[in-house]
Ligand binder design. Structure first.
Ligand SMILES: C[S@@+](CC[C@H](N)C(=O)[O-])C[C@H]1O[C@@H](n2cnc3c(N)ncnc32)[C@H](O)[C@@H]1O
Length: 252
């Protein structure tokens, strides 16, 4: 009976997936039956687990995003320059990256920049407010989704002496940090203005072969952010690879 139904639907141009089977990836706005083999890799699992430790066990179910970030960071680790993340929260992604790269042995600094008081409402454009982006982050904040305890943040990163936690507002804080050449820039502030400003600030510092990973570039509902990044990328002569995870990738 099931095969008959499937056959009839296929003849009508539909494909049916059993979403309870393990033969697909379905999380974080991404559904695919392509291979998600990386999820079984012990190195990936260890990095993901370290990310979860940073987020106090709260699992955002971002496995494919983390997979992309780990690969991008591995590429960038071969390039001269330091690592920077703007938008750190409790350190989920950056901790996974540092675990994967055995960061204590890497001769680079990872600057982890965040207000640690949540997003800056005044930085949202009228279009972003109308599109509901400010409301979304305010809801996240109200539900306790952002980490405000700097002590806990510093404790999380304490195992890596070459991790540098910076509390400040992007872009204002950037010029005073003395950051030179950059190999890896992760932008994850969920707001167009600071992401564009950070991209423009770091572009001249980005080494050839350096990587910019934009966490929310093509993510559902983030059209204003994408348009703003596209504008900046156009001015800088860069092109952004939109990924099905919702991330965007630039290689200099
Ligand atoms: C989505 S969270 C970052 C998630 C993080 N990358 C992770 O791996 O879990 C966004 C963060 O951006 C920070 N943020 C937003 N606007 C900022 C700004 N202008 N300057 C610094 N941090 C900002 C917020 O405080 C929040 O912690």
């Amino acid at each position: 009976m099931r095969d008959w139904i499937r056959g009839r639907l296929a003849a009508a141009g539909y494909v049916v997936f059993n979403t309870r089977s393990s033969a697909h990836y379905a999380q974080d706005s991404l559904f695919t039956t392509n291979s998600d083999h990386f999820r079984g890799d012990p190195g990936f699992r260890a990095a993901y687990a370290r990310g979860l430790r940073a987020s106090h066990g709260v699992d955002p179910r971002h496995e494919w995003r983390v997979h992309v970030a780990l690969c991008a960071a591995e590429l960038a680790a071969r390039v001269p320059g330091d690592f920077v993340e703007c938008g750190v929260n409790s350190g989920f992604m950056s901790s996974a990256i540092m675990q994967r790269l055995d960061w204590g042995r890497v001769e680079k600094t990872f600057s982890l920049i965040d207000t640690f008081t949540g997003p800056v409402a005044e930085q949202f454009s009228g279009e972003e407010v109308r599109a509901g982006r400010l409301r979304v982050v305010e809801e996240v904040m109200a539900s306790g989704g952002y980490e405000f305890d700097l002590g806990r943040i510093e404790e999380n990163f304490a195992e890596w002496p070459n991790a540098r936690v910076v509390q400040g507002v992007v872009p204002e804080v950037l010029a005073g940090l003395g950051i030179g050449r950059v190999a890896f820039l992760h932008l994850d502030m969920n707001c167009a203005f600071p992401e564009v400003e950070a991209l423009e600030f770091f572009w001249e510092r980005l080494a050839v072969g350096g990587v910019v990973l934009l966490d929310d570039y093509a993510y559902y509902g983030n059209g204003e952010l994408r348009l703003a990044i596209d504008g900046a990328a156009g001015r800088l002569g860069a092109s952004v690879l939109a990924l099905p995870t919702g991330q965007g990738l630039i290689v200099r």
